[in-house]
Every structure is written in structure tokens, then in C-alpha cells.
Design a protein around this ligand. Structure first.
Ligand code: ZN
Length: 201
């Protein structure tokens, strides 16, 4: 599709004259390579998308994004938590756990979502091959909080252990994404894609 050049678009220039301004103002043209479509936004908010880690963008502040939206991600396989005896957790940053995961299992798909909730869906694959879906409570990944030094969280310094425990316990996604805008992100220019995946970090 050929996009029209607004600088030479008569109705636009007439409007500009009426407004008595010579300035062009600022607008970002829709580019499906960097902007989510309406359908993609709904999908992220409702069902979520399955993506490999190298398909998820890491922003300069180390939070995670798909195109122009920050996201959170989790492993939707119930067996993973059962086998590792871990309480299900979601990730909000390019943490040490994801770095390791990308190295060990680059093809593993994570559920990517913009839905802010306390419970998320886990898939259970029975030996018979039957798949069932269940809701489960989730907590934030502490490695992510450490990576971002969220509210000064530090997972290694003993002196701060009590304080960091409090930050972890009182973590709320709404509060987090009030600090790190969920959507829309503005890049000003088209971001490089070569080193934008988790594997390229
Ligand atoms: Zn994490």
C-alpha cells in the first residue's frame, strides 16, 4: 500500500492554514512491522500468544515487548512447575532465568499476554494425550525484579533480604505497569531487529 504524503495533501494543508500554523505537528504512521494491529492487541489481551523467546523483544530498560506493547510472559506447561516444585511465576523482564532458558531450550514457547491478572491458565497434558486447562495463582519472578532493581529489590544482598521479601510480596501488576507503560510504546524510529531478540542479547 502506498501511503500518501501528508505534507502534500491539500485538505491537510488547508486545515493547517486555518489553524494559522506552519508547523507539521507530530504523528506516527501505522507500520505493521512495529505497531500491533487491533486483532493482535485483542489476542494478547484475551487468549495470549505462544512465542519463542527469540521472538520477544527486549527493550533498553530490559522489560519485554511485542511490537509497541510491553508484555508479561510465562511457561504455560503445568508439568514444568510440578517437576521443578516451583510456584507458577510470570516474567516481566529479561532475567537470568530467561537467559538460561533461551540457552537450554530455544524452541520452548512462552505464553505472552497483556492481561493483568492474579490467575493465569496452565495446560496439563495427560499421558493419554488429553489436554486440560486450569486456572492457577501466579507470583512475579524474583529474578525479574532483581534485573530491574524494581523498588531497589536485590535477591543477593543479605542485608536487604527483609525489605526485598516485602517488595516481592506486595508486588502488583497494575502498579508495575503504571511505572512501565504497557501500551502504546513510541520508538521515534524503527528499532533494529538484528539484536532485539532474547538470544541476541
Ligand atoms: Zn524472570
Amino acid at each position: 500500500m502506498q501511503l500518501l504524503d501528508f505534507r502534500e495533501f491539500t485538505p491537510f494543508n488547508q486545515l493547517r492554514e486555518k489553524m494559522d500554523t506552519a508547523r507539521l505537528g507530530y504523528f506516527e504512521l501505522f507500520d505493521p512491522a512495529i505497531h500491533l494491529t487491533g486483532n493482535e492487541r485483542s489476542e494478547l489481551k484475551e487468549r495470549g500468544m505462544l512465542k519463542r523467546l527469540d521472538e520477544i523483544k527486549v527493550l533498553p530498560d530490559k522489560t519485554l515487548a511485542i511490537k509497541n506493547s510491553r508484555v508479561l510472559i510465562y511457561n504455560p506447561d503445568e508439568n514444568f512447575y510440578r517437576n521443578s516444585r516451583e510456584y507458577p511465576s510470570y516474567h516481566v523482564a529479561h532475567c537470568s532465568f530467561l537467559l538460561e532458558s533461551a540457552r537450554e531450550q530455544p524452541d520452548l514457547e512462552y505464553l505472552v499476554t497483556t492481561r493483568l491478572a492474579e490467575d493465569y491458565e496452565l495446560l496439563k497434558i495427560r499421558p493419554s494425550g488429553e489436554i486440560s486447562v486450569s486456572q492457577h495463582g501466579f507470583v512475579v519472578c524474583k529474578h525479574c525484579l532483581h534485573k530491574l532493581r524494581y523498588k531497589d529489590f536485590d535477591e543477593f544482598r543479605n542485608r536487604k533480604r527483609g525489605y526485598s521479601e516485602k517488595v516481592l510480596k506486595s508486588f502488583r501488576l497494575e502498579e508495575f505497569f503504571a511505572l512501565y507503560t504497557l501500551y502504546p510504546l513510541s520508538f521515534g524510529q524503527r528499532p533494529e531487529t538484528a539484536d532485539s531478540g532474547l538470544l541476541g542479547q
